[in-house]
Design a protein. Structure first.
Length: 273
């Protein structure tokens, strides 16, 4: 896993990732900057994300966590005045290369949002939707994929007898797990989660955290969370962000117990944020 690194103000090469002897990372963020018009939101961010692990992005509100996450599958592309520099590489390929198919990219990087967003259709059709969009009409394949995805999302036993019911009738926690199942159905390499528990009660939150732990290894997961206890519970590596910069990145237990940056120390001990 990663060893922690610190932000050095005034340094040209602000961040590095001294990973030695590990497998090739699935995702590399390399000197990545982002502007909304004249306003710069992300500053020279560089980390590598290890395959099969859970990486948490933490930091105070407005620090750029969600902006960085949404850059990973180019969800920010349609924002007027958006400008970027640097690279984000998935399996070694820059996702901003002109030849990259953005739709295909988003299939490889599934997204789960802060608020559950099931479609106003049946539970079955919600999960089958990514396949149907791709033109899959084989009923047996659709059924197999729906069952496998719901099982992976720890939801199958709860809904197997009501797959034709409208998904909007599910509880909030069930809806969020359904959205995870829908993302899994597209067979992504990476799952991006933008504060997936912020709208849920403690019981539903616990189920989502258990699910993240179950999915570790099968998928590479990147989660934005405002809850430091949640980051400590579910993640292998943690990046602390402040004012658009990744200040420190490394093993979660090191970030929370022995951070190198005083700013990280102040945040994780509750002195600001």
């Amino acid at each position: 896993m990663a060893e922690p690194v610190s932000f050095q103000p005034g340094s040209e090469k602000t961040f590095y990732h001294p990973q030695k002897g590990a497998d090739k990372p699935i995702l590399e963020i390399d000197r990545f900057n982002l502007w909304y018009g004249e306003k710069q939101a992300l500053f020279d961010n560089t980390i590598t994300v290890e395959k099969g692990l859970v990486t948490a992005l933490i930091g105070p509100s407005g620090c750029g966590k969600s902006t960085l996450l949404r850059s990973l599958n180019r969800m920010n592309d349609l924002i007027e005045g958006l400008r970027i520099s640097g690279e984000i590489r998935l399996d070694g390929q820059n996702i901003f290369d002109p030849q990259v198919d953005v739709i295909a990219l988003r299939k490889r990087m599934g997204m789960v949002f802060q608020k559950p967003n099931p479609f106003p259709m049946s539970i079955f059709d919600n999960v089958a939707y990514p396949l149907k969009v791709d033109g899959v009409r084989d009923r047996s394949l659709l059924r197999e994929t729906v069952e496998r995805s719901l099982m992976a999302a720890a939801l199958w036993e709860e809904v197997k007898d009501r797959l034709r019911d409208n998904a909007l009738g599910m509880s909030g926690g069930q809806q969020q797990r359904l959205c995870i199942a829908r993302a899994i159905a597209a067979d992504p390499e990476v799952l991006l989660m933008d504060e997936p528990c912020s709208a849920l009660d403690p019981l539903a939150t616990s189920k989502i955290e258990d699910l993240i732990n179950e999915l570790r290894g099968r998928y590479t997961i990147i989660i934005v969370t405002h809850n430091m206890q949640q980051a400590a519970r579910v993640s292998d590596n943690t990046a602390f962000m402040y004012l658009g910069r990744i200040i420190e990145y490394g093993k979660t237990d090191t970030i929370f117990t022995k951070p190198r940056s005083q700013r990280t120390q102040d945040y994780v001990t509750g002195r600001f944020g």
